[in-house]
Design a protein around this ligand. Sequence first.
Ligand SMILES: [Zn+2]
Length: 503
Amino acid sequence: MKKYYIVLLLLFVLVLNIYGEKLIILHTNDHHGRPFGFKENEIMVGGLPARATIINQIREENKNVILLDCGDINDGLFESNLFNAAPDFLGYNYLKYDAMTLGNHEFYKSLQNLKDQQIEAKFPFLCANILNKDGSYLAEPYLIIEMNGLKIGIIGLTTTTIEYSAPIAVTNELQIIDEVKVAQQIVDLIKDKVDYIIALTHLGINKDDNYGSLRLARLVDNIDLVIDGHSHTYLEKPIFVTNEKTKKEVPVVQANCWGTHIGKAEFDISDKGLTFLNWEPISIVSTEKDDKVLHDLLSPYLKEATQLMGEIIGKSDKYYGTETVRMKENELASLCVQAMLWYYEKEKPDFSVTNGGGVRHFLNKGDVKKEDIYNVFPFDNYTVLLELRGADIINIVEKSINTKVNTGGYLHFSNNIKITLNANKSIEQIKLNNKVIEANKTYRILTNSYLANGGDSYTEFLNGKKLSISQKFDREIVVDYIKTKLNGKIKIQITPQIIKASK
Ligand SMILES: [Zn+2]
C-alpha cells in the first residue's frame, strides 16, 4: 500500500512538472544596431544591458523561457555600424537567444558578411523562403525546440522585398520565394511532429492584410502564432487574424523596434499542448538596471566609438545653414550629392539627387568633427545607383519645382544639372552636362534610399532599375569625401541650378 502511494505521489509530481507550468516566449525585432541605451524624448531607453536585466529576471521566475528575434539586427547607430554589429552579436550571444530570423538588412552588405555573422552568432539564423541560387538553404528553414516534453516548431520567413532593396550582387545569388507558399509546405511537413507552430517572421504588419504577416496568418493554415518584425509596429495587444481555411483566430505580435520593447507571450502547458494565454510588450526604459557583466563586455566598443565621433575630420571656411534648404540651392545638400558622385565615380553615374528634408542641421565655421556631419545628415540612408528613364526624371523635376518647394521633398541635384523655367514657372528644359534630357533615354542616377523607395511621394523612382546600393550610409560617404577628396577643407560653392528663361 505504501509503495503504491509513493508511486502515485511520484507520478503526480512528474505530471505537475510537465503540466500546470507556464512557457514564456520573449521576442525582439528590428534591433538596428543599438547595443547601448539611447535618449528618446529625454528618457534613456533600450540597450542590451537593460534588456539583459529584464530577460534574466523573467528567466529566474520561469523555468521555460524561449528567446527569439525577428531580424534586422544590422544597420543602426555609429557604435554598431563601425564594428559591423559585433557588439550587438556579442550581446545577443550573452543573452542566449534561441534563434533569429533574417531581416532585409542582413542582406545589404554582402552574402559573405551574412555568412560571417552566421558564424559569429551562437544561435541559428532562420529563413525558409530565401535560398541560395542552387536551391540550397542559406539559413535554417525551421527549428524544433523541445522543452518539457513539448515540441515547438519555429519557421523563419523574410520579406521578399529584398528583391529590389538589396544590392544586385546579393540578389543575383539568391532564390527569393513567396513566403505563403513556403510556409504552407513547411507547416504540412512538421505539423504532425510538433505541438505548436510559430512563424518567426520579418514581413511587417501592414494595414492591408494582402501583405506581410497578416496575409501569412490569413492564408497559411495551422500556424498557431506569428511573431513579426520589419514594420517597427508598436502593439498593446495582439492582432487576431481569422485564418481562411481553419477559421481559427491567429495572434500576430510585434515588439516595436530598436530594443525599446520586448514582447512577452505566455502559455499554459497541459496534456493538450500549449495554450496561448496572453501577450504584452514590456518597455525597456531603465539604465540604472543595466546588467553589469554585459555592460562591461560592451563598454570598450562605446568608448572607441565615442572617441571616433569626436575625431576632427576637417575645417569649414564658414557657417553653412539649412534655413532655405527646402526652397533653393544649398551648400550642405550640394556637399551630399557631390559626395555621392565621388563615391560611385567608377560606375559613371550621370548625376545625383537628394531631398532637402534630409539636411537637418547647420555646420559651423572652424573644426568639423565626425559627429557634426552625423548631425547634418542624421538619417540611415544609403546611396542607391539606379537606371531611370528621362520621362521619369522630367516628372520628378516638375514635382520638385511645382509642388515640393518649402517641403522636405524639395530636391537638390548635382551641379551638372541645370533647369530652365519659362515665365509661367513651368519647365522649359532640363540639361545634363549641357545636353537636354530626353524622355526616352535611360540615365544612371544616384539618390538616397529614401527617395529610391518612393519617399516624399516620388513614386517615379520606383520605375527605375536598382543597380547597386552603397555599403555605408550617405553621411559616412560624406565623411570619407571630406577626409579623402577635400583633404579636410570644407569650402562649398554652388552655382544656380534653376535658371529663368531670358525671353
Ligand atoms: Zn526590415
